[in-house]
Write a protein that binds this ligand. Sequence first.
Ligand code: NAD
Length: 257
Amino acid sequence: MQVENSGQDFAGRAVLLIGGTSGIGEAAALLFAKAGANLLIGGLGAAEGAAVAAACRAQGVEAEFLETDVREEAQVARIVARTVERFGRLDVAVNNAGVEGRFGPVQDSTVDDFDKLIGVNLRGIFLGMKYEIPHMLAQGRGAIVNTSSSAGVTGIANVALYTASKHAVVGLTKASSLELAPAGIRVNAVAPGPVNTGLLHRMIAGKIDVSVIAGSVPMGRVSEPREAAAAILWLASDAASYVTGHTLVVDGGLTVP
Ligand SMILES: NC(=O)c1ccc[n+]([C@@H]2O[C@H](COP(=O)([O-])OP(=O)(O)OC[C@H]3O[C@@H](n4cnc5c(N)ncnc54)[C@H](O)[C@@H]3O)[C@@H](O)[C@H]2O)c1
């Protein structure tokens, strides 16, 4: 039997990563760059985004940051178009932008909380896909990875709207994967458990200590961003060539049924 490589080589591939200025997205950008991908990086935070792009270029690839607010349709359309303009194609799209909710019971949430969470975590991912998919259809290939959460596969008290938005990402991923499978485009989601990022710390600030969260995880710790990022890379890679419509849980056992 011939031994092949792992299929996780992205040399020369064009990757669009929206929500790449910090945390999981930053870690994924660096892993993609180390694996040879050229990157268009979007998200909020001009200085952070420029720094991530520079760190990617230091790996010897092309990388550009374009500040992009996924609440603005024209900005999402612009970054997708820029990726294709710069690299000539779009091999991988990672829709990772997300915001935390207000910690507390659902009845204490406001309509503004609802609009913010759905507007970024669901509408933002929808907008990314809406503009990415036509390019992938024209190419006859592509891989999309959306970021859900362990809150996308189970109920988590006190973050009901965040939980709803992340369940919706799983639904969007499943339905679109069926539409796109015949065209050679794979659509998957990653569902991280608690990850040591600004989002987690903002979400629980003043309400619950991170050690309590860690203690609720069978592995006894929260994860580091690169652990979720590694799952994103695998789903985006040729190693996952027969995987679509899947939500890959990376949560230290938190949601084991
Ligand atoms: N940290 C966790 O515990 C955890 C767990 C499960 C899932 N997630 C998800 O992982 C993803 C990344 O979060 P993170 O933990 O790395 O946090 P983070 O705050 O470090 O990163 C969030 C990213 O989303 C971007 N973003 C936020 N609002 C945006 C907007 N309106 N337009 C464009 N970009 C926007 C930010 O610029 C940043 O790049 C999110 O979708 C989050 O819901 C996080």
